[in-house]
Design a protein around this ligand. Structure first.
Ligand code: ZN
Length: 641
């Protein structure tokens, strides 16, 4: 008998011992990090409200109870009963019964009303029908990404369960090594911005954290082939952890599956959906630009199939000697500071991913409170000694001024923006400015994937700032539904109409002017001296955005009629930079994140920044806070224990 089977047998006996005599357990299984308990008495289980919670804390496991397939009631009868338990105001849009696992997936406009106080309505459902309910939100704005991902996962349920069972056995395997050490190897994003990737390594376990591309330098990918990573074979990696969906962290995750990786990806649910959206677009852009994409769209589906979503604050076993906990990072939807607890109290490492320390309109500020942390791997995008950003309040005033000025001279405002994050932040600024009369009401056109990304935001309001979440819950106050917002879905004709029309604001991808519909907008508006191009986000070195920002006015654009031919456009429109809207903490924010961190880390690795930024931040943290700091290069390995 394998050690995992022995373990499960012991757990079953222990659970049997804890349960009242009228409840029996027919099977226990691992599915990913969860322990699934099958019972012939699901209703009795539900009647003992506290039972699952007690078991979970006794066994120190995440526990799901499911009915034994033999005792399932008929779905047709169950459907009526389920609907009679759920209050009508919950707005149920779909009920889906899965006999293989005894689960009923309930899609509702107001999931909270299906869950009830402390889960009381959920328990009521099980008491009535025996099925295990699972609740998801109906997106308030229709999102093809969310529905595609949900349908795909539904279709792949069986294979997904196999994957989860396999991962579950991996996580709970017996530890083989008695050695105790912890190492981190840097595979990218050191003294540069882009291609984020690290290996966290113990004698037992290898975890890959992020796997991104480098904007403006498509050939430069993380050093995945070193022995610490894939060099010793794809099975060598136990788990992949994705801090957030931006392409400089996620673009090459699907590539891992092409290389034969077959394990889990831990991320938040919105990160999973956004990764799907952004990587598919990444393939699309690559092929439009005549580059060979590094993988096929099939690999994106593989990646999604292998995602194990975690919520902020869930402490989760991801290997025999590693527990992972995500915390809000304040950067984009679903972004997570990733905290690793290694061994039984041996060592703790936190990877900041990208962070924003102060609250923004979209998100609460990054969490920096941990039970323990010895080493922090810290982003340094704005770590340079002069990288102080304007307060967002002042930035908003500047943006309002630029818009009013452009409006008065009859031009249009063109804002290149990341589809995810800054676009929604700017949308909230514009919505309020128009509502309060600070700028005239005018159409705000959203091009590229901005509308779709916005729809995904409204699907996961739990991940947004408290007061914004409350507004989205009240449909008539949902700021993203303001009538000024228009989704450009008609392509070039619609862009031409907007160009020929009156005052307008256009938000378009890509955020660093490296491709996408912004190129088309530059063709349309670039020669109009009355219009303004306004940068609101970070422009990485080597990108066209950075060049325009620093004064280039001859821009290479590919003619849309003659296939792929490049001509030069003389930029006549104004160019403005309004900083302060970044999704990244500025220098002060980064220092505050570290200096108020609880507990203070002993060591800090400054990564994810230009050479100067990481050096500046590293030496400032050393001098001002007396920490051991490092500004590693790529391909370095650090031993911590
Ligand atoms: Zn990011």
């Amino acid at each position: 008998m394998s050690s995992v089977e022995k373990q499960l047998e012991d757990l079953k006996a222990e659970i049997d011992g804890e349960l009242p005599s009228d409840i029996t357990v027919s099977d226990v299984k691992y599915e990913g990090p969860e322990l699934v308990v099958y019972t012939r008495h699901p209703k009795e289980f539900a009647r003992n409200g506290d039972l699952v919670r007690k078991l979970a804390s006794k066994l120190r496991k995440r526990i799901t109870v499911r009915p034994d397939p033999d005792v399932l009631s008929d779905p047709r009868e169950a459907r009526e009963k389920v609907m009679s338990v759920i209050p009508e105001e919950a707005g149920v849009t779909d009920l889906d019964f899965h006999a293989d696992t005894g689960e009923v997936v309930i899609e509702a406009e107001k999931p909270g009303m299906v869950i009830g106080r402390h889960g009381s309505t959920l328990r009521e459902i099980t008491k009535e029908v025996g099925w295990t309910p699972e609740v998801v939100r109906t997106p308030p704005i229709e999102s093809s990404t969310v529905s595609n991902v949900r349908n795909f996962l539904k279709q792949e349920r069986e294979e997904r369960r196999d994957i989860l069972e396999r991962v579950g056995r991996q996580i709970h395997r017996e530890e083989m090594s008695k050695d105790e050490w912890v190492r981190i190897t840097t595979l990218g994003c050191c003294r540069e911005v882009g291609r984020a990737s690290f290996i966290l390594n113990t004698p037992e376990t290898r975890i890959l954290i992020d796997c991104g591309d480098k904007p403006g330098a498509e050939g430069e990918v993380p050093y995945l082939q070193v022995p610490e990573a894939l060099g010793a074979g794809p099975q060598n990696i136990d788990a992949v952890v994705l801090t957030h969906a931006h392409l400089d962290h996620s673009a090459l995750i699907p590539l891992l599956f092409k290389y034969g990786y077959d394990g889990p990806i831990y991320c938040t649910e919105p990160t999973r959906d956004l990764m799907g959206l952004l990587t598919l677009d990444y393939l699309d852009v690559a092929s439009k630009e005549g580059r060979t994409p590094p993988y096929e769209s099939e690999m994106v589906r593989e990646a999604i199939k292998h995602c194990i979503p975690l919520e902020y604050g869930d402490v989760t076993d991801i290997a025999p000697d590693v527990k992972l906990t995500f915390h809000n990072a304040g950067h984009i939807l679903g972004s997570a500071v990733s905290h690793f607890h290694i061994g039984d109290g041996l060592y703790n490492v936190a990877f900041s991913g990208d962070i924003h320390y102060e609250d923004t309109r979209l998100f609460n500020g990054a969490v920096n409170d941990f039970p323990r942390v010895e080493t922090l791997v810290m982003e340094s995008t704005y770590g340079g000694r002069n990288d102080y950003q304007t307060d967002q309040e002042d930035s908003e005033k500047t943006l309002v001024d630029v818009i009013n000025r452009t409006h008065d001279q009859g031009g249009k405002v063109l804002i290149p923006a990341f589809a995810v994050g800054r676009s929604q932040e700017i949308m909230l600024v514009l919505e309020e400015a128009m509502r309060k009369g600070k700028i005239p009401s005018m159409p705000v056109h959203l091009d590229g994937m901005i509308w779709e990304a916005t729809a995904i935001h409204t699907t996961y309001p739990e991940y947004l700032r408290d007061d914004l979440r409350d507004r989205i819950f009240h449909e008539d106050e949902n700021p993203f539904l303001a009538e000024e917002f228009n989704h450009i879905d008609g392509g070039e004709d619609e862009r031409q109409d907007v160009t020929d029309g009156g005052p307008a604001i256009i938000l378009s991808t890509s955020g660093m002017v490296t491709g996408g519909p912004i190129m088309s907008w530059l063709r349309h508006l670039g020669t109009d001296p009355d219009s303004n191009l306004v940068f609101v986000g970070y422009q990485a070195q080597g990108t066209l955005g950075r060049r325009i920002q620093s004064g280039w006015d001859e821009i290479p654009v590919s003619d849309r009629n003659s296939s792929g031919r490049t001509s030069t456009l003389s930029l006549k429109m104004g160019v403005e930079t309004v900083d302060g809207f970044s999704g990244h903490a500025d220098r002060q924010g980064l220092e505050n994140f570290v200096s108020t961190m609880n507990p203070r880390p002993e060591k800090v690795l400054c990564v994810h920044g230009d050479e100067r930024s990481v050096q500046d931040l590293s030496s400032a943290l050393y001098h001002d806070y007396n920490m051991r700091t490092f500004a590693p290069k790529n391909l370095e390995t650090f031993r911590f224990k």
